[in-house]
Design a protein around this ligand. Structure first.
Ligand code: NAI
Length: 347
């Protein structure tokens, strides 16, 4: 396998290979000061190599911050495979990807992300020595723990904004009812929240209306319904100069969801939200439950009760970020980043 090393400023190692003709893959290792870089593999039909590489770089950096703020002995990394998984995914391709990961000799541990299933992880583990989140590891699908963590993050934000952790009668819009969004909807409904949801898959949305009793919202009317909380649980880069005024006019006071890289421009959009008095729960803090869950498997004995206890701590980390943001009159996105970097420097 021919592996090319790319010279990328601020990253420890970035490599590229061709898994089979026409299928390019990148692995980005951002920082391993706290431990080996753990991050998912995203299998996605990127339009260009630049788009794929940028995604790997942004996601890898966020993984460093996520592990750091969750106090895990891990660094940040991410892998991407370019292509439509529904069309080109095969056991051979996944096994070749496993060998690609081995070439980094443990600097990067691969796990599941968008476009990859638990079964795929089992296939990757046939060739790969550095893999987490397989059936054998015991931690299972991380989505449920991610949703549990997002729920506790929402409780922290509610405590900060409305002086109660309860989400009873809060009007919440969930964007994306996949593994995380669906489980999150259940937690919120149990707590008495009123849920609107949108999903590009109309069948999932129909199921959610029938099974959960949520209200469907079409993307057109998304921000025309009076709402208080927006929970992005689909793709990232959805918060920017264009969407923020719509969020404001529909009454959104809080953005708190699982999607990675929600802000298109971390600094500028962080400040925009701050000026508009929309509280933002930084994505890599609130969605750390899945990573925490997998990290608990790396000790060799997975204990779900321990994973839950560690995930519940998202509540206090977020509350600290919100209070600091208020005290210093600066965006939560900036405060979170500084705290993450401080934790890395302390090691
Ligand atoms: P998923 O693939 O199970 O679900 C995503 C859902 O969003 C699907 O139902 C899809 O039809 C829908 N969707 C896609 N584009 C949409 C759009 N533009 N508008 C509305 N709906 C749309 O993904 P999963 O696992 O639930 O993850 C959701 C997000 O959370 C992703 O951004 C992922 O990277 C992030 N995340 C997930 C973690 C996990 O443990 N699964 C951990 C940390 C972050």
């Amino acid at each position: 396998m021919k592996i090319e090393t790319l010279d990328t400023k601020d990253y420890e190692k970035v490599v590229k290979t061709t898994l089979k003709e026409g299928v390019c893959s990148f692995i980005a290792v951002h920082n391993t000061k706290r431990g080996p870089a753990l991050g998912g593999i995203r299998f996605y039909p990127y339009a260009t190599e630049k788009e794929a590489l940028d995604d790997a770089l942004n996601l890898a950096r966020a993984m460093t911050y996520k592990a750091s703020l969750a106090q895990l002995p891990l660094g940040g990394g991410k892998a991407v495979i370019m292509g439509d998984p529904k069309k080109i995914k095969s056991p051979e391709l996944l096994k070749t990807y496993g060998e690609f990961v081995n070439a980094l000799e443990g600097k990067y541990i691969t796990a599941k992300d968008v476009g990859v299933t638990l079964k795929d992880m089992n296939t990757i583990s046939q060739t790969c020595k550095y893999v987490a989140g397989t059936t054998k590891g015991g931690s299972g699908d991380p989505s449920l723990m991610t949703a549990f963590g997002v729920y506790h993050g929402l409780r922290a934000a509610s405590q900060f904004l409305w002086n109660t952790p309860s989400l009873k009668n809060r009007k919440v819009l969930i964007q994306g009812l996949g593994g995380v969004g669906w489980a999150l909807a259940k937690h919120l409904l149990d707590d008495g929240a009123e849920i609107w949801a949108t999903d590009t898959d109309s069948i999932i949305l129909k199921h959610a209306v029938l099974e959960l009793g949520i209200k469907p919202a079409s993307p057109d009317e998304l921000f025309h319904t009076p709402l208080e909380i927006y929970s992005p649980c689909a793709m990232g880069q959805i918060i920017d100069a264009r969407s923020i005024p719509h969020l404001r006019s529909s009454g959104i006071r809080l953005i708190a969801g699982a999607a990675n890289n929600q802000l298109t421009h971390e600094q500028a959009d962080g400040w925009r939200l701050h000026r508009e008095r929309i509280l933002y729960a930084p994505d890599y803090v609130i969605n750390a439950g899945g990573l925490i869950n997998i990290a608990c498997e790396l000790d060799g004995f997975y204990d779900s009760a321990r994973a839950k206890r560690l995930t519940e701590k998202i509540y206090s980390v977020l509350l600290e970020i919100f209070l600091k943001s208020k005290k210093e009159d600066r965006p939560t996105a900036l405060i979170a980043q500084e705290m993450a970097l401080q934790n890395i420097r302390k090691v």
